[in-house]
Design a protein around this ligand. Structure first.
Ligand code: HH2
Length: 286
């Protein structure tokens, strides 16, 4: 019989220098005009830096800076535009002493973000979207979030199909972990993410959220991003993204219950409060 889910036992000791003795919060700063929930809110560098600092003050352990939306239907932006959006924000937040991750699928963006002080690559293509990403991750020493996505953002929600979504996403991430290790990125520098909403129906998202404990078996930290995503409205009453906080918290706690170590969220203060209460009830720190 499987032991009861004990998140302390299943988590690796640390990720990107963060001790995982408690659940860690990745706060989102999108420097984009078109992100699905906060597009345009923090498009200016000063506003984006202020948002990142505020999220850190609210309890975010890492700030994830993105310059390209990967929402369903999104088109890629030119790489120079992505760099121009991301660089001043990464620089400002890293100089303020924050742990910064860069949400990108392009090695050129990873490279400049690293030069500016980012310490984590968050790649929705699991370092497979650009032939130079894997090598750069190895030599840079950065930590990496490997996320599963079926297809491309532009078309991924048209008709996602799996025979067994949990087995297939697990197999994909296991293959990417091995590819990283072979390229020189040790498992201790990796986190895995099932990619909620990335080429997945409601049923697929729920199957993955029910199976987070199986992802902990890959030997890496597990990160989950459910914040404001469409499946919440599908389970609710069709609420727009900014009205999905309740569902976002419920889904994050469900993932944490399954043993995930990091949650990627827009509403940091509310998530920190929810985790504090959940942890106290569970008699676990964090
Ligand atoms: N979700 C989004 C973007 N990046 N990265 C990881 N690792 N996991 C996720 O679930 C994830 C992610 C989508 O959210 P957001 O950044 O708010 O929207 P957009 O892609 O429209 O900018």
């Amino acid at each position: 019989m499987e032991p009861p889910i004990g998140i302390e036992r299943r988590r690796p000791a640390s990720f990107a220098g963060l001790a995982l003795d408690r659940v860690r919060i990745m706060g989102v700063v999108n420097v984009t005009p078109d992100s699905f929930s906060d597009g345009g809110e923090t498009l200016g560098a000063d506003v984006a830096i202020a948002r990142g600092l505020a999220l850190a003050a609210s309890g975010a352990d890492v700030i994830d800076v993105g310059g390209e939306s990967t929402r369903p239907g999104a088109s890629p932006v030119p790489v120079d535009v992505e760099i121009a959006r991301v660089v001043p924000v990464v620089r400002g937040l890293a100089r303020a002493g924050l742990l910064v991750s860069v949400d990108t699928r392009r090695s050129a963006v990873m490279r400049v973000a690293c030069d500016e002080g980012a310490r984590i690559i968050n790649d929705v293509t699991s370092l497979a979207g650009d032939p130079e990403s894997l090598g750069f991750a190895a030599v840079s020493g950065m930590s990496v979030v490997l996320m599963h996505m079926q297809g491309e953002p532009q078309t991924m929600q048209e008709r996602p199909v799996y025979r067994d979504v949990v087995a297939e996403v697990l197999a994909f991430l296991a293959e990417r972990v091995l590819a990283c290790e072979a390229a020189g990125v040790p498992r201790t520098r990796l986190a895995v993410d099932p990619g909620i909403g990335f080429g997945k129906t409601l049923a697929h998202n729920l199957a993955l959220l029910r199976s987070i404990d199986r992802f902990t078996g890959l030997g890496c930290a597990v990160l989950v991003g459910v914040s404001r995503k469409r499946f919440i409205a599908e389970l609710g009453r069709g609420e727009p993204p900014l009205d999905r906080l309740g569902g976002s918290l419920a889904a994050a706690l469900a993932a944490i219950d399954g043993g995930c170590s990091l949650v990627r969220v827009h509403d940091v203060a509310e998530t920190a409060q929810a985790i504090a209460v959940w942890s106290a009830v569970r008699e676990q720190t964090g």
